[in-house]
Design a protein. Structure first.
Lengths: 315, 482
């Protein structure tokens, strides 16, 4: 039995435009069948990373593979198994939805659009240029899902879409991704999706990667992340001021805030050490310690905030 | 191939409005241009202006069509839908080539053939002329247009890029190479330049299609233009003249005919012979030396007459590049830079001169009776228009031809003059004119009537030769043309 390479693998991949480094050397592995949410604020380097993985841009350093093939040698054949969806894609606007799909069909040996237009409620005879933003994105989804790619890279696919369309797209996406075409495992297509719509992504992503200012801070399974991050609220006795503790908190406790006798912070090691025990070590006279799970959105915001604070203090 | 055809069909489906306009232009051209030919029944200034306008519109429509079809799958940018689809670059390039050949070149050839048929010329007799014409269009127009389209993302950017290059090019030629037109074209220079730059441009086009590295491709194009300029500068300024001179000497060997020689006859030129024979560019003067070319068969003609000379005066030496020379009755004229002339005009100069040319030998004459429409040698077709024969050829008149006729001093029917009139056809190469019909009006000076015999004598290349002449002492200043 041969071990299949990861769906996506990057080693020391970086990109520099002139004197500006938009992506610091990063290592990333996306297992087959996973859905990786690539999160980060605007300008973090998400689009650049996706374009590097598609060989649209060439890396300054490092290498990457998609489905075991070096991105530097991605040829036409590779794109019969790799799909790309982007909010900014320029389409042949003069074509109707149906003629667009008809045009693409001969390019793919695995093309099957049966039921897609109905499922996405797409008007087949309307020209792409006359479609709304949501409809247009649906047409792009249809043109990718029709050939059942093994890997789909999506760059802000839900940006600016209403919740109904977003939900339709996600349902269709999840319903259409098939098991790996080589049949060696039961996993479906691998998806790498960059999005700001963290609430939506959290519902179906299996992995998360966080980019900040071109640096990959972490990439891990979603459940590990959710387990790792806890929002902790510590209530001190009336005789003590929370402010006194603020300067002595461990670095891994992010975004600490104090108000009277209450301190709040993000605990980032809950997967290895129970927060109550670690917190009690610092706040020995705490009257109450509350630990709550966090959503991807709150984790993201906390991380961005913490990193900005760190950047400012470094500057 | 299947993918190429698939893409091609899509392009045709999308660009049919542009193709229709192009077809209309070609039809208009095929209808209007014959009316503007010399001797046409309805020829007038308006028609000729319209024909000229169409001649401008056709290349513009080429640029639009080529740019539009290449931009269907734009190679510049990162957001085009096709770049993450299973397009093979070879198929894409193939599709664009198929489009250009079938939708642009083929209708153009059909239009040209329609014009040839209207001129009563069989197009099949000049397939080589057609191929040469198409090759020139390909190298000068279609290939550069395609490359520009491959390196730009919008039609306006393509237009502006071409306009920019054209303006810079014209400025460089005007200011850096003011007398380029008088320089001799070394043997095979056109072939070498065409081949080299066609390969480089095609290579860049393939590189751009296969990698979409636009910045690098643009640098490559700039480098090619710079290389062209360097070669041109080297050629004009003779900075890389040694190999060129060796090639010229090899192609024009020293004449083995002892009787063929140049003779310097000291003394002033007759006043009436001192007019300028060459169009003199700014910064140059024409010098006309009393040099006789002796030993040339009087029936022979010369073409590609060029000279290279060294002027040596005390403390000054000037060696000229090979440049055009005009051979007159007992004189040889050529251009000298004004600064050189100023420095040598008053001094006693030592001049060493080399002269080369190609001899043309007359073939056996053919006598043809003129008529309203009659065949001419070399697959030509002539018509008699108000007593003046107008001869038409497909794509080119390949050899110079001498025409003799017995002229009529007055109206047709009057007794024929005993004195024959003579005219010489120019050599008109196949160029980049959309109209493939090359016209030559035989201005014989008087009326030619139906039934009058015309004698056509074609010239064929005989041999190339080179002569040298050493003039130990001459005052250049005496021989400046008026």
């Amino acid at each position: 039995m041969t071990i299949k390479p990861p769906a996506i693998e990057a080693r020391q991949l970086s990109k520099t435009f002139g004197a500006t480094q938009v992506l610091a050397p990063l290592d990333l592995i996306v297992p087959r069948g996973s859905i990786l949410a690539l999160v980060g604020h605007n300008g973090a380097g998400k689009t650049t990373l996706i374009k590097l993985l598609l060989n649209i841009l060439q890396p300054t350093t490092g290498v990457a593979t998609v489905l075991g093939q070096s991105t530097a040698t991605l040829t036409s054949t590779a794109f019969t198994r790799i799909g790309y969806i982007s909010e900014n894609q320029e389409l042949p606007d003069w074509m109707t939805v149906q003629s667009f799909l008809d045009y693409l069909r001969p390019f793919y040996p695995t093309w099957n659009e049966t039921g897609l237009l109905d499922e996405l409620d797409l008007p087949p005879n309307r020209k792409l240029k006359h479609l709304s933003r949501g409809m247009r994105m649906k047409a792009v989804f249809a043109s990718v899902l029709a050939f059942s790619p093994s890997v789909i890279l999506m760059d802000e696919p839900f940006s600016g879409l209403d919740p109904v369309v977003r939900d339709e797209l996600i349902q269709t996406l999840l319903g259409r991704i098939h098991p790996d075409d080589e049949g060696a495992d039961e996993s479906g297509a691998t998806i790498l999706i960059s999005s700001h719509d963290l609430g939506e992504i959290e519902s179906f992503a299996t992995h998360v990667a966080f980019l900040h200012e071109g640096t990959l801070l972490f990439a891990e399974p979603m459940n590990t992340l959710i387990t790792r991050f806890r929002e902790v609220t510590v209530t001190l006795p009336q005789s003590e001021s929370a402010e006194e503790y603020m300067t002595n908190l461990p670095d891994s406790w992010l975004s600490p805030e104090s108000s009277g006798t209450v301190i709040r912070f993000i605990y980032t090691k809950a997967d290895t050490e129970a927060p109550e025990i670690a917190v009690r070590g610092v706040f020995q006279r705490a009257e109450g310690i509350q630990s709550e799970s966090m959503t991807l959105r709150t984790i993201f915001l906390a991380l961005v905030k913490a990193n900005r604070t760190e950047d400012r203090s470094r500057a | 191939m299947t993918q190429s055809l698939h893409i091609f069909r899509k392009d045709v489906r999308h660009l049919w409005p542009e193709l229709s306009v192009y077809a209309l232009l070609l039809v208009a051209f095929a209808l209007v241009v014959p009316q503007a030919w010399p001797g046409a029944a309805f020829s007038n200034t308006l028609l000729q202006t319209f024909a000229t306008l169409l001649k401008i519109l056709i290349p513009i429509s080429w640029l639009v069509l080529i740019t539009r079809v290449v931009h269907e799958e734009c190679l510049v940018g990162e957001e085009q839908f096709w770049i993450t689809r299973p397009y093979h670059w070879g198929s894409l390039l193939g599709a664009k080539c198929i489009f250009i050949v079938t939708s642009l070149i083929l209708p153009f050839v059909v239009m040209q053939w329609s014009l040839l048929f209207q001129a009563d010329i069989n197009p099949f007799v000049s397939i080589s002329g057609m191929m040469l014409c198409l090759l020139k269009f390909c190298l000068i127009v279609w290939l550069p247009f395609t490359l520009v389209a491959a390196l730009t993302s919008t039609l306006s950017a393509a237009f502006m890029s071409l306009a920019g290059v054209a303006v810079i090019w014209a400025a460089l030629l005007t200011f850096l190479f003011p007398a380029t037109g008088t320089r001799m074209s070394p043997p095979f220079v056109l072939e070498i330049f065409s081949f080299t730059f066609a390969i480089l441009l095609i290579g860049t086009l393939i590189y751009q299609f296969s990698t979409r590295r636009t910045a690098r491709s643009r640098i490559a194009v700039a480098a090619i233009l710079f290389l062209f300029l360097i070669l041109l500068y080297g050629f004009v300024g003779t900075h890389c003249g040694t190999p060129v001179r060796a090639l010229i000497r090899n192609h024009y060997p020293a004449s083995s005919d002892q009787s063929l020689r140049l003779v310097f006859v000291p003394g002033p030129l007759p006043y009436e012979d001192r007019n300028e024979d060459i169009q003199v560019p700014r910064g140059f003067v024409e010098v006309k030396l009393p040099i006789h070319l002796e030993g040339l068969d009087p029936n022979y003609k010369l073409r590609d007459t060029n000279t290279s000379f060294v002027i040596h005066t005390p403390g000054f030496l000037y060696a000229s590049p090979w440049e055009s020379a005009a051979v007159g009755e007992g004189n040889l004229s050529f251009l000298v830079p004004q600064q050189v002339f100023n420095r040598t005009a008053t001094a006693d100069a030592h001049v060493h001169l080399e002269f080369l040319a190609e001899q043309l030998r007359p073939k056996d004459p053919q006598i043809i009776s003129s008529n309203d429409s009659f065949s001419a040698p070399n697959n030509g077709r002539c018509v008699l228009t108000q007593g003046t024969p107008v001869c038409r050829y497909a794509y080119q008149i390949s050899v110079p031809t001498r025409v003799k006729a017995l002229s009529n001093s007055g109206a047709c029917g009057a007794p024929e003059s005993a004195k024959p009139t003579v005219t010489i056809f120019r050599l008109v190469p196949a160029g980049t004119n959309p109209d493939p019909v090359v016209q030559e009006v035989l201005s014989l000076g008087s009326t030619i009537c139906a039934g009058s015999p015309l004698t056509f004598s074609e010239y064929s290349p005989a041999e190339t030769f080179r002569l040298e002449l050493d003039i130990p002492s001459v005052n250049i200043g005496q021989y400046k043309s008026r």
